[in-house]
Design a binder for this molecule. Structure first.
Ligand SMILES: [Zn+2]
Length: 162
């Protein structure tokens, strides 16, 4: 007996709910391993510096994306910097670090730390659109229980209030 067309009679889309647990780890490499260790042990943020154009990459990168030279020098940058872009999220979002729903609203931002030439992405402790703006100064707040295996050893960035 032939089946009816897929459009015949059934219009509701059904959802199959599953919880998928996929734990994994990867080799962070020499440069990011050093970065994570500095966060954990010393609450220091480091970058790598290009020997040619002197750009500082945070987190440290092996080679310069501008002149393709090896970044052989590690340098400490400030734990303070300026927001260069941001978004306030108000829709449900699953935190990829925990697998749990993230508390709403939250602000994710690009931050250019003093002494760095690149941005890092992290959360900001401010969600008020009247306060948030590019150029706003922020400072890293380190986690009390740093593990050395994740960027969340910086808990978030706090707005520097005058
Ligand atoms: Zn360079």
């Amino acid at each position: 007996m032939p089946l009816k067309s897929v459009d015949a009679g059934h219009t509701e889309t059904l959802y199959v709910k599953r919880v998928v647990d996929v734990p994994y780890s990867y080799n962070a490499g020499k440069y990011v391993s050093r970065y994570l260790n500095e966060l954990k042990e010393h609450k220091r943020i480091i970058g790598s510096k290009c020997s040619s154009c002197k750009k500082v990459f945070v987190p440290p990168r092996v080679s310069c994306s501008q002149c393709f030279q090896e970044n052989e020098e590690f340098v400490q940058v400030s734990d303070a910097g300026s927001i260069t872009a941001f978004t306030v999220t108000t829709v449900p979002y699953t935190d990829p670090n925990t697998g749990e729903p993230k508390k709403l609203p939250f602000t994710a931002a690009y931050i250019k730390l003093d002494g760095a030439d690149t941005n890092i992405m992290h959360c900001i402790n401010e969600t008020d659109g009247k306060v948030l703006k590019t150029g706003l100064r922020v400072r890293a707040v380190f986690s009390e229980n740093r593990t050395g295996d994740h960027f969340t050893d910086i808990k978030y960035f706090a707005v520097i209030r005058d």
